[in-house]
Design a protein around this ligand. Sequence first.
Ligand SMILES: *[C@@H]1O[C@H](CO)[C@@H](O)[C@H](O)[C@H]1NC(C)=O
Length: 188
Amino acid sequence: MANIILFFLSFALFAPLSCSTFHTLSKGSSLSSEKPEDVLTSPNDVFSAGFYSVGENAFCFAIWFSNSRTIVWMANRDQPVNGKRSKLSLLKNGNLILTDAGRFTIWTTNTFSLSLVQLSLYNTGNLVLSNMEGVILWQSFDFPTDTLLPEQQLTKNTKLVSSRSQTNYSSGFYQFFFDNDNILRLIF
Ligand SMILES: *[C@@H]1O[C@H](CO)[C@@H](O)[C@H](O)[C@H]1NC(C)=O
């Protein structure tokens, strides 16, 4: 009997640790382009964030619908990183950076915080860097790629840029934004 209890106890203790997906990234930790299991998922499992293959040995840090793998956001669409030794890291100073093959910083949120911060993927598909008081330092919803999700706003500071093609996620030729005269424009 004691053995059985011990068995279930150890299962309860270790099952969450062996689970490959997680919801938040904390200070000092990173996601690696070399580990396909290094993916953040929203608590409702609808969205995933991680390194997405866009070509031979070329990866973009992206958010996608978990079941269809349809991309909704990309950090570095015009500068894919190497599949080896590339990382998304939440530094101790509160900055989130994407490094290519361990050397170059390709993309950064330019954030700074001495208090605890964490990166979370919300159920809405918003990737949010916030501190323990809930203050948002950076969020992907403020920097759309070519897609708006429900609850995501298009403002005077944001614009949508189409992809090159259905298979190439680089910036394409169509832009959708509020012009200076407050008119919503779709331009080529
Ligand atoms: C996507 O298109 C851009 C611009 O033409 C090009 O530089 C890039 O190599 C293409 N990427 C892929 C994966 O084909």
